[in-house]
Design a binder for this molecule. Structure first.
Ligand SMILES: *Cc1c(COP(=O)(O)O)cnc(C)c1O
Length: 355
Protein backbone atom coordinates (compact mmCIF):
# COMPACT_ATOMS: atom_id res chain seq x y z
CA UNK A 1 0.00 0.00 0.00
CA UNK A 2 1.18 3.51 -0.76
CA UNK A 3 2.36 5.36 2.34
CA UNK A 4 1.78 9.08 2.80
CA UNK A 5 4.43 10.47 5.12
CA UNK A 6 3.18 13.31 7.33
CA UNK A 7 5.77 12.90 10.09
CA UNK A 8 6.85 16.13 11.83
CA UNK A 9 10.52 15.22 12.03
CA UNK A 10 12.52 13.39 10.98
CA UNK A 11 10.27 13.71 8.02
CA UNK A 12 9.77 13.26 4.31
CA UNK A 13 12.70 14.01 1.98
CA UNK A 14 12.61 14.29 -1.81
CA UNK A 15 13.11 10.93 -3.61
CA UNK A 16 15.94 12.76 -5.42
CA UNK A 17 17.75 13.15 -2.09
CA UNK A 18 17.20 9.56 -1.03
CA UNK A 19 18.22 8.05 -4.37
CA UNK A 20 21.35 10.12 -4.86
CA UNK A 21 22.45 9.69 -1.28
CA UNK A 22 21.90 5.94 -1.51
CA UNK A 23 24.08 5.83 -4.65
CA UNK A 24 26.83 7.86 -3.01
CA UNK A 25 26.82 5.61 0.03
CA UNK A 26 27.96 2.86 -2.34
CA UNK A 27 30.05 4.89 -4.77
CA UNK A 28 30.66 8.61 -4.73
CA UNK A 29 30.92 9.99 -8.27
CA UNK A 30 32.69 6.89 -9.59
CA UNK A 31 35.53 7.17 -7.07
CA UNK A 32 34.90 3.59 -5.95
CA UNK A 33 34.58 4.89 -2.39
CA UNK A 34 31.57 5.55 -0.24
CA UNK A 35 30.81 9.14 0.76
CA UNK A 36 30.96 7.68 4.28
CA UNK A 37 34.54 6.53 3.93
CA UNK A 38 36.33 9.48 2.37
CA UNK A 39 38.29 12.07 4.30
CA UNK A 40 36.50 15.29 5.04
CA UNK A 41 39.75 16.92 3.87
CA UNK A 42 39.61 15.20 0.48
CA UNK A 43 39.00 17.22 -2.66
CA UNK A 44 35.77 15.32 -3.28
CA UNK A 45 34.34 16.21 0.09
CA UNK A 46 35.51 19.81 0.03
CA UNK A 47 33.64 20.20 -3.26
CA UNK A 48 30.48 18.88 -1.56
CA UNK A 49 30.87 21.31 1.33
CA UNK A 50 31.53 24.26 -0.99
CA UNK A 51 28.56 23.54 -3.21
CA UNK A 52 26.21 23.09 -0.23
CA UNK A 53 27.31 26.43 1.22
CA UNK A 54 27.03 28.15 -2.17
CA UNK A 55 23.52 26.79 -2.70
CA UNK A 56 22.45 28.07 0.71
CA UNK A 57 23.64 31.51 -0.34
CA UNK A 58 22.01 31.30 -3.76
CA UNK A 59 18.65 29.83 -2.73
CA UNK A 60 18.17 32.06 0.31
CA UNK A 61 19.80 35.09 -1.32
CA UNK A 62 22.15 35.51 1.64
CA UNK A 63 23.92 38.88 1.47
CA UNK A 64 27.66 39.41 1.94
CA UNK A 65 28.90 39.42 5.50
CA UNK A 66 27.26 36.17 6.58
CA UNK A 67 28.67 32.68 7.06
CA UNK A 68 26.82 29.40 6.58
CA UNK A 69 27.85 26.71 9.05
CA UNK A 70 27.10 22.98 9.10
CA UNK A 71 27.47 21.69 12.64
CA UNK A 72 26.38 18.83 14.85
CA UNK A 73 24.35 18.90 18.04
CA UNK A 74 20.93 19.71 16.62
CA UNK A 75 18.97 22.91 17.01
CA UNK A 76 18.97 22.13 20.73
CA UNK A 77 22.69 22.79 21.05
CA UNK A 78 22.13 26.19 19.45
CA UNK A 79 19.80 27.04 22.34
CA UNK A 80 22.96 27.10 24.47
CA UNK A 81 25.55 28.21 21.89
CA UNK A 82 23.63 31.38 21.11
CA UNK A 83 23.64 32.84 24.63
CA UNK A 84 27.17 31.51 25.18
CA UNK A 85 28.37 33.63 22.25
CA UNK A 86 25.95 36.57 22.29
CA UNK A 87 24.43 37.15 25.72
CA UNK A 88 26.33 39.71 27.74
CA UNK A 89 23.62 41.05 29.97
CA UNK A 90 20.16 40.38 28.65
CA UNK A 91 18.39 38.45 25.91
CA UNK A 92 14.78 38.97 24.83
CA UNK A 93 12.52 36.12 23.74
CA UNK A 94 9.13 35.62 22.18
CA UNK A 95 7.63 32.55 23.80
CA UNK A 96 5.58 30.74 21.16
CA UNK A 97 5.91 27.14 22.25
CA UNK A 98 7.92 24.21 23.53
CA UNK A 99 11.01 24.99 21.45
CA UNK A 100 11.02 28.64 22.52
CA UNK A 101 10.79 27.50 26.13
CA UNK A 102 13.77 25.24 25.74
CA UNK A 103 15.77 28.09 24.22
CA UNK A 104 14.71 30.39 27.09
CA UNK A 105 15.78 27.82 29.68
CA UNK A 106 19.31 27.64 28.26
CA UNK A 107 19.68 31.41 27.93
CA UNK A 108 18.87 31.81 31.63
CA UNK A 109 22.14 30.03 32.40
CA UNK A 110 24.03 32.96 30.89
CA UNK A 111 22.21 36.12 31.96
CA UNK A 112 18.95 37.96 32.26
CA UNK A 113 16.08 36.82 30.06
CA UNK A 114 13.18 39.08 29.15
CA UNK A 115 10.22 37.17 27.72
CA UNK A 116 8.53 40.04 25.91
CA UNK A 117 5.32 38.13 25.18
CA UNK A 118 3.97 34.61 25.42
CA UNK A 119 1.03 32.68 23.99
CA UNK A 120 1.18 30.02 26.69
CA UNK A 121 -2.17 31.28 28.10
CA UNK A 122 -3.92 29.66 25.12
CA UNK A 123 -1.69 26.60 24.75
CA UNK A 124 0.36 28.46 22.12
CA UNK A 125 -2.43 28.54 19.54
CA UNK A 126 -1.47 32.02 18.36
CA UNK A 127 1.56 34.27 17.91
CA UNK A 128 1.64 37.28 20.29
CA UNK A 129 1.56 40.70 18.67
CA UNK A 130 1.93 44.28 19.83
CA UNK A 131 4.88 43.65 22.14
CA UNK A 132 7.93 45.87 22.50
CA UNK A 133 11.43 44.57 21.96
CA UNK A 134 13.74 46.09 24.59
CA UNK A 135 16.47 48.14 22.94
CA UNK A 136 18.98 47.22 25.65
CA UNK A 137 18.77 43.48 24.91
CA UNK A 138 21.77 41.82 23.27
CA UNK A 139 19.42 40.01 20.91
CA UNK A 140 15.80 39.04 20.34
CA UNK A 141 15.00 35.36 19.76
CA UNK A 142 12.00 33.99 17.88
CA UNK A 143 10.87 30.58 16.68
CA UNK A 144 9.44 31.28 13.24
CA UNK A 145 7.53 28.00 12.94
CA UNK A 146 6.12 26.25 15.96
CA UNK A 147 6.28 22.66 14.81
CA UNK A 148 4.20 21.32 17.69
CA UNK A 149 1.39 23.92 17.78
CA UNK A 150 1.14 24.73 14.07
CA UNK A 151 1.65 28.49 14.26
CA UNK A 152 4.10 30.46 12.19
CA UNK A 153 5.60 33.93 11.93
CA UNK A 154 5.63 34.43 8.18
CA UNK A 155 6.78 38.02 7.96
CA UNK A 156 10.33 39.12 8.68
CA UNK A 157 10.17 41.24 11.83
CA UNK A 158 11.86 44.58 12.28
CA UNK A 159 13.95 44.38 15.42
CA UNK A 160 15.93 47.19 17.05
CA UNK A 161 18.42 44.58 18.32
CA UNK A 162 20.01 41.52 16.71
CA UNK A 163 17.26 39.18 15.52
CA UNK A 164 17.88 35.47 16.06
CA UNK A 165 15.50 32.88 14.60
CA UNK A 166 15.02 29.16 15.04
CA UNK A 167 13.84 28.14 11.55
CA UNK A 168 14.20 24.39 12.05
CA UNK A 169 10.83 23.59 10.53
CA UNK A 170 10.31 26.31 7.94
CA UNK A 171 13.72 26.99 6.42
CA UNK A 172 13.49 26.90 2.61
CA UNK A 173 9.68 26.85 2.75
CA UNK A 174 9.31 30.46 1.56
CA UNK A 175 11.51 33.45 0.74
CA UNK A 176 13.06 35.21 3.76
CA UNK A 177 14.78 38.59 3.97
CA UNK A 178 18.02 37.32 5.51
CA UNK A 179 19.34 40.85 6.02
CA UNK A 180 16.85 41.33 8.88
CA UNK A 181 18.42 38.49 10.87
CA UNK A 182 21.69 38.18 12.75
CA UNK A 183 21.41 34.41 13.13
CA UNK A 184 19.12 31.80 11.59
CA UNK A 185 19.56 28.22 12.69
CA UNK A 186 17.85 24.88 12.67
CA UNK A 187 18.09 21.12 12.75
CA UNK A 188 18.16 19.64 9.24
CA UNK A 189 15.64 16.87 9.83
CA UNK A 190 12.47 18.80 9.01
CA UNK A 191 13.06 20.19 5.54
CA UNK A 192 16.59 19.43 4.44
CA UNK A 193 18.44 16.27 5.40
CA UNK A 194 18.57 13.40 7.90
CA UNK A 195 18.87 14.25 11.60
CA UNK A 196 22.39 14.97 12.83
CA UNK A 197 23.24 18.17 11.02
CA UNK A 198 22.50 21.73 12.09
CA UNK A 199 22.67 24.74 9.83
CA UNK A 200 23.61 28.16 11.16
CA UNK A 201 23.48 31.32 9.05
CA UNK A 202 25.35 33.93 11.03
CA UNK A 203 26.36 37.51 10.49
CA UNK A 204 30.12 37.66 10.87
CA UNK A 205 30.38 40.96 12.70
CA UNK A 206 28.17 40.13 15.70
CA UNK A 207 30.75 38.04 17.55
CA UNK A 208 33.46 38.88 20.04
CA UNK A 209 31.34 41.00 22.38
CA UNK A 210 31.04 38.71 25.40
CA UNK A 211 33.59 38.50 28.21
CA UNK A 212 33.27 34.86 29.17
CA UNK A 213 35.67 32.27 27.80
CA UNK A 214 33.97 30.10 25.19
CA UNK A 215 34.99 26.46 24.65
CA UNK A 216 36.49 26.09 21.19
CA UNK A 217 33.78 23.82 19.83
CA UNK A 218 31.01 26.09 21.12
CA UNK A 219 32.54 29.23 19.67
CA UNK A 220 30.96 30.28 16.37
CA UNK A 221 34.20 32.04 15.46
CA UNK A 222 35.99 28.66 15.36
CA UNK A 223 33.53 27.31 12.82
CA UNK A 224 33.50 30.47 10.74
CA UNK A 225 37.31 30.53 10.62
CA UNK A 226 37.54 26.84 9.75
CA UNK A 227 34.61 26.69 7.30
CA UNK A 228 32.76 24.16 9.52
CA UNK A 229 35.82 21.90 9.33
CA UNK A 230 37.40 22.50 12.74
CA UNK A 231 36.47 18.92 13.51
CA UNK A 232 34.90 16.25 11.34
CA UNK A 233 31.54 17.57 10.15
CA UNK A 234 28.48 15.32 9.68
CA UNK A 235 29.67 14.36 6.18
CA UNK A 236 26.89 12.05 5.05
CA UNK A 237 24.20 14.44 6.25
CA UNK A 238 25.84 17.30 4.41
CA UNK A 239 25.89 15.19 1.27
CA UNK A 240 22.17 14.50 1.67
CA UNK A 241 21.51 18.20 2.32
CA UNK A 242 23.35 19.04 -0.89
CA UNK A 243 20.97 16.79 -2.81
CA UNK A 244 17.94 18.54 -1.32
CA UNK A 245 19.46 21.92 -2.16
CA UNK A 246 20.03 20.81 -5.77
CA UNK A 247 16.44 19.53 -5.87
CA UNK A 248 15.19 22.89 -4.60
CA UNK A 249 17.13 24.69 -7.30
CA UNK A 250 15.89 22.34 -10.05
CA UNK A 251 12.33 22.95 -8.86
CA UNK A 252 12.42 26.70 -9.15
CA UNK A 253 13.94 27.65 -5.80
CA UNK A 254 12.11 28.77 -2.72
CA UNK A 255 9.74 31.24 -4.37
CA UNK A 256 8.27 28.33 -6.30
CA UNK A 257 8.43 26.14 -3.20
CA UNK A 258 6.55 28.81 -1.25
CA UNK A 259 3.75 28.82 -3.82
CA UNK A 260 3.45 25.05 -3.68
CA UNK A 261 3.46 25.08 0.11
CA UNK A 262 0.73 27.74 0.17
CA UNK A 263 -1.37 25.69 -2.23
CA UNK A 264 -1.00 22.53 -0.11
CA UNK A 265 -1.80 24.35 3.12
CA UNK A 266 -4.80 26.15 1.61
CA UNK A 267 -6.26 22.86 0.39
CA UNK A 268 -5.96 21.18 3.76
CA UNK A 269 -7.09 24.14 5.87
CA UNK A 270 -10.11 24.59 3.61
CA UNK A 271 -11.08 20.99 4.20
CA UNK A 272 -10.55 21.29 7.97
CA UNK A 273 -12.80 24.37 8.00
CA UNK A 274 -15.41 22.76 5.75
CA UNK A 275 -15.58 19.26 7.25
CA UNK A 276 -18.27 18.97 9.95
CA UNK A 277 -16.11 16.69 12.11
CA UNK A 278 -12.88 18.69 12.35
CA UNK A 279 -11.54 22.06 13.44
CA UNK A 280 -8.11 23.65 13.32
CA UNK A 281 -6.32 24.43 16.59
CA UNK A 282 -4.24 27.46 15.56
CA UNK A 283 -5.74 30.92 15.11
CA UNK A 284 -6.37 31.60 11.44
CA UNK A 285 -3.96 34.47 10.89
CA UNK A 286 -1.09 32.56 12.50
CA UNK A 287 -1.60 29.20 10.84
CA UNK A 288 1.56 27.39 9.79
CA UNK A 289 2.02 26.23 6.23
CA UNK A 290 4.37 23.46 7.41
CA UNK A 291 2.58 21.81 10.35
CA UNK A 292 -1.19 21.72 10.13
CA UNK A 293 -2.84 20.88 13.45
CA UNK A 294 -6.47 19.87 13.80
CA UNK A 295 -8.73 18.07 16.22
CA UNK A 296 -12.22 16.65 16.18
CA UNK A 297 -14.90 19.09 17.24
CA UNK A 298 -16.06 18.59 20.83
CA UNK A 299 -19.22 16.72 19.84
CA UNK A 300 -17.16 14.23 17.80
CA UNK A 301 -14.18 13.91 20.15
CA UNK A 302 -14.82 10.23 20.84
CA UNK A 303 -14.22 9.52 17.14
CA UNK A 304 -10.55 10.58 17.20
CA UNK A 305 -9.24 7.07 17.83
CA UNK A 306 -11.44 5.66 15.11
CA UNK A 307 -10.37 8.30 12.59
CA UNK A 308 -6.73 7.65 13.40
CA UNK A 309 -7.21 3.91 12.76
CA UNK A 310 -9.11 4.60 9.55
CA UNK A 311 -6.51 7.05 8.24
CA UNK A 312 -3.70 4.65 9.11
CA UNK A 313 -5.48 1.86 7.23
CA UNK A 314 -5.47 4.14 4.18
CA UNK A 315 -1.71 4.70 4.37
CA UNK A 316 -1.59 7.99 6.29
CA UNK A 317 1.57 7.93 8.41
CA UNK A 318 2.60 10.25 11.21
CA UNK A 319 -0.63 12.23 11.58
CA UNK A 320 -0.99 11.90 15.34
CA UNK A 321 -0.84 15.32 16.98
CA UNK A 322 1.84 16.07 19.55
CA UNK A 323 0.66 14.99 23.01
CA UNK A 324 0.52 18.61 24.18
CA UNK A 325 -2.07 19.49 21.51
CA UNK A 326 -3.76 16.15 20.83
CA UNK A 327 -5.74 15.37 17.72
CA UNK A 328 -3.85 15.36 14.45
CA UNK A 329 -0.95 17.08 12.77
CA UNK A 330 -0.15 16.86 9.08
CA UNK A 331 3.32 18.12 8.32
CA UNK A 332 3.41 19.45 4.78
CA UNK A 333 7.12 20.04 4.29
CA UNK A 334 8.66 20.89 0.92
CA UNK A 335 9.07 17.27 -0.14
CA UNK A 336 5.43 16.36 0.51
CA UNK A 337 3.60 16.16 -2.84
CA UNK A 338 0.23 17.89 -3.13
CA UNK A 339 -1.23 14.48 -3.99
CA UNK A 340 -0.53 13.38 -0.41
CA UNK A 341 -2.63 16.29 0.84
CA UNK A 342 -5.40 15.32 -1.59
CA UNK A 343 -5.24 11.73 -0.35
CA UNK A 344 -5.59 12.88 3.25
CA UNK A 345 -8.55 15.06 2.31
CA UNK A 346 -10.24 12.09 0.64
CA UNK A 347 -9.80 10.11 3.83
CA UNK A 348 -11.29 12.96 5.90
CA UNK A 349 -14.25 13.19 3.53
CA UNK A 350 -14.83 9.44 3.45
CA UNK A 351 -14.83 9.42 7.25
CA UNK A 352 -17.24 12.34 7.37
CA UNK A 353 -19.64 10.57 5.00
CA UNK A 354 -19.75 7.49 7.18
CA UNK A 355 -20.53 9.49 10.36
C1 LIG B 1 12.63 19.89 15.87
C2 LIG B 1 12.85 21.26 16.37
C3 LIG B 1 13.90 21.59 17.25
C4 LIG B 1 14.83 20.55 17.83
O1 LIG B 1 15.75 20.16 16.90
P1 LIG B 1 16.90 19.11 17.30
O2 LIG B 1 17.71 19.09 16.06
O3 LIG B 1 16.22 17.82 17.63
O4 LIG B 1 17.63 19.63 18.48
C5 LIG B 1 14.07 22.90 17.61
N1 LIG B 1 13.25 23.86 17.16
C6 LIG B 1 12.21 23.59 16.32
C7 LIG B 1 11.35 24.71 15.84
C8 LIG B 1 12.00 22.29 15.90
O5 LIG B 1 10.98 22.02 15.07
Amino acid sequence: MKKYNFYAGPSILPPYTLENTAKAVLDLNGTGLSVMEISHRSKDFIAIMDEAGALFVELLDIPDGYSVLFLGGGASLQFAMLPFNLLNKKAAFLNTGAWSKKAIKEAKLFGEVDVVASSEDKNFNYVPKGYTIPTDADYFHITTNNTIYGTEIRNDLDSPVLLVADMSSDIFSRPVDISKYAVIYGGAQKNLAPAGMTFVIIKNDILGNVDRPIPTMLNYQTHIDKGSMFNTPPCLNIYAALQTLRWLKKNGGITEMGKKNDAKADLLYNEIDRNKLFEGTAQHEDRSIMNICFVMKDEFKELEGEFFEFATSKGMIGIKGHRSVGGFRASTYNALPIDSVKALIEVMQAFEESH
